[in-house]
Design a protein around this ligand. Structure first.
Ligand SMILES: Nc1ncnc2c1ncn2[C@@H]1O[C@H](COP(=O)(O)OP(=O)(O)OP(=O)(O)O)[C@@H](O)[C@H]1O
Ligand SMILES: O=P(O)(O)OC[C@H]1O[C@H](OP(=O)(O)OP(=O)(O)O)[C@H](O)[C@@H]1O
Ligand SMILES: [Mg+2]
Length: 285
């Protein structure tokens, strides 16, 4: 039977969450320490542990069928590759930054300047659109140090919390793109492996939906049920079950995780009591 080959990052920012999402899909990886290729249990899949930056070429060549990769890397060197699913982790920006004392008004202030980056194609594309030319210095890491050692006037790198910029006396001046981990696909994937991909994608969607939702249970007096149901944005309509105590019911529903705190006060005002919020493991709609 055919196996789908997936590439995930060997070590770094994406590794742990990539292994976790596969695990949440019921796929556990049989690997020993430092093993670069591993089989999986319960799913026809082989896992390759690779450098994130090398993955676009492996996808293009069909060495792997699919990969979990930072969208920013695809934008830099894999615009020809297809994104199958956005995975909602490793969210970051790719931004231009300059020293704090640089009087920055617009992108024109970077005309003719030196920019250090690990993302030359992304920067060139952006500058071209803005009609600016700059001298690029390509370095593969610790980019934020470049202005402090006289290597560049500005940098382009990944920004998440902004703390690396802050610690290196830099300020973000342009957000060129936003990124998250994505599932990308090789143009050379076989029909057989496409079917396996469909099964995997179905599982991933259920995991992502569950991660974004909470199961809410609460008790309410029967005369308040109608008002409370109006507040709850459930999957279809909430489940209402009678409690042993006369005149009271238990209401169960699924709520989007980031909406729960907004409706909590309204629920309490309507007389909801004993509110429980539980995680959901999988959600199949
Ligand atoms: N601070 C951050 N916050 C959130 N996501 C990040 C952050 N830094 C990097 N990422 C995301 O994780 C990806 C991998 O980053 P990481 O620094 O681990 O590896 P890398 O050095 O870019 O790649 P390689 O695996 O080729 O060594 C990046 O391409 C980006 O999508
Ligand atoms: O805005 P922040 O939250 O500070 O995150 C941004 C930093 O994180 C990444 O570096 P990483 O720690 O992955 O080190 P690296 O340069 O070795 O890749 C990125 O290259 C930035 O330097
Ligand atoms: Mg990094």
């Amino acid at each position: 039977m055919s196996k789908i080959k997936i590439a995930i990052q060997k070590s770094g920012r994406l590794n742990e969450d990539s292994v976790q999402i596969l695990k949440d899909c019921g796929i556990s990886i049989d690997n020993g320490k430092d093993q670069l290729k591993a089989d999986t249990r319960n799913f026809p899949m082989e896992v390759m542990f690779l450098r994130n930056g090398d993955i676009p070429q492996y996808l293009r060549d069909g060495v792997v069928d699919i990969a979990i990769i930072g969208e920013n890397v695809l934008i830099e060197k894999g615009t020809d590759l297809l994104i199958q699913e956005r995975l909602n982790f490793s969210k970051c920006k790719v931004s231009l930054a300059v020293p704090k004392e640089f009087e920055y008004n617009s992108i024109k202030d970077l005309d003719g300047k030196r920019i250090a980056t690990s993302y030359p194609n992304t920067v060139n594309e952006y500058l071209k659109k803005k009609g600016i030319t700059a001298e690029l210095h390509q370095i593969s890491g610790s980019v934020e140090i470049a202005p402090n050692i006289g290597l560049a006037d500005a940098i382009c790198d990944i920004v998440s919390s902004g703390s690396t910029l802050f610690k290196n006396n830099l300020k973000e001046v342009e957000v060129m793109l936003t990124s998250e981990a994505v599932l990308a696909v090789s143009p050379k994937i076989s029909e057989e492996n496409k079917e396996i991909l469909e099964k995997l994608q179905f599982r991933i969607k259920s995991v992502l939906k569950a991660r974004a939702s909470k199961y809410v249970l609460l008790n309410a007096p029967n005369d308040k049920i109608e008002n409370i149901v109006k507040i709850l944005p459930g999957m279809r309509s909430p489940t209402v079950l009678p409690l042993a105590e006369k005149g009271w019911s238990s209401i169960h529903t699924v709520v989007e995780k980031n909406k729960f705190w907004d409706i909590l006060d309204e629920l309490k005002e309507e007389g909801a009591e004993g509110i429980l919020v539980c995680p959901i493991e999988k959600m199949v709609l």
